[in-house]
Write a protein that binds this ligand. Structure first.
Ligand SMILES: NC(=O)C1=CN([C@@H]2O[C@H](COP(=O)(O)OP(=O)(O)OC[C@H]3O[C@@H](n4cnc5c(N)ncnc54)[C@H](OP(=O)(O)O)[C@@H]3O)[C@@H](O)[C@H]2O)C=CC1
Ligand SMILES: O=C(O)C1=N[C@H](C(=O)O)C[C@H](O)C1
Length: 233
């Protein structure tokens, strides 16, 4: 497969390395200041850019008529617009806040745990995410997906970065140099704490998942999620 990389930072470079190991070729790369190669020659575009630029990058890929896989977080206010644009052109699009197989299993486990814990109101739920200090958005897209999974199966209505709202799930966002991505869910009572945790050891899992999504979507039209790719949930 010929791949276009919309964003060539930490994730773009990891995808380049792992895609070539799987026999794919990078035919186009775009950064904030330059582009190299030929976008129209790509079979699929993979966007890992920035919250401010993802929307334009996704539209660029869809306008070119190729499937777009986006992992960029922090741009979801434009999701409806992208969905419509894609449907109007009979295009193909996948967004995932986290492409790693492990995190997608963690999402499933989180929803199962939320279902169990919904009968035990003495346990207060909270989420913690830890990332490297260059991360632009907070909370992480993954933490938001985790919160949405809990909201689906509990009385909670929303998430918050602040303390003290009993209707909201508190998300604590911590930034520590070079942490690739750690997400934990805590259920805490006066007596004890139950927790689940996913810790990424490198960026390889995110990158392999995005490449798998690109391989999967090539012969499909529509808007998909990582659940479709992995056939889970
Ligand atoms: N869904 C998932 O599984 C994962 C999601 N992410 C998310 O992906 C995004 C990128 O992460 P990461 O690679 O670590 O970030 P980096 O900051 O390392 O890379 C961002 C890249 O985007 C480029 N960029 C900036 N403006 C544009 C533009 N207008 N067009 C194209 N590219 C542009 C930057 O270019 P320049 O170098 O010139 O500034 C840089 O190459 C983040 O939102 C992050 O949260 C990260 C990991 C996994
Ligand atoms: O910025 C990152 O690095 C990551 N971002 C994603 C997110 O916001 O959830 C996924 C992963 O945790 C790494």
């Amino acid at each position: 497969m010929k791949i276009a990389l919309l964003g060539y930072g930490k994730m773009g470079k990891t995808i380049e390395r792992l895609a070539s190991e799987r026999g794919h070729t990078i035919v186009y790369k775009k950064t904030s200041s330059a582009s190299e190669g030929e976008l129209h020659k790509a079979d699929a575009a993979i966007d890992f850019s920035t919250p401010e630029t993802a929307e334009k990058n996704i539209l660029l890929g869809l306008e070119t008529g190729i499937p777009v896989i986006s992992g960029t977080t922090g741009w979801l206010e434009a999701f409806q617009k992208i969905t419509k644009f894609c449907q109007d052109r009979n295009g193909s699009f996948i967004y995932a806040s986290n492409f790693s197989v492990g995190v997608n299993l963690f999402f499933q486990l989180n929803e199962q745990l939320a279902t169990v814990m919904n009968s035990w109101p003495e346990y207060k739920v909270s989420i913690e995410e830890i990332h490297h200090t260059q991360k632009k958005d907070a909370p992480s897209g993954t933490a938001i997906t985790v919160a949405e999974g809990i909201i689906k199966h509990s009385e909670k209505k929303k998430w918050t970065l602040n303390e003290g709202d009993p209707d909201a799930i508190e998300i604590k966002a911590r930034r520590i140099d070079d942490v690739k991505g750690t997400h934990s869910v805590y259920y805490t009572s006066e007596i004890d704490t139950i927790s689940i945790k996913h810790e990424a050891h490198s960026r390889d899992g995110f990158a392999i998942g995005a490449i798998m999504a690109a391989e999967w979507i090539l012969d499909k039209k529509g808007i998909f999620t990582m659940k479709d790719v992995l056939e889970i949930g």
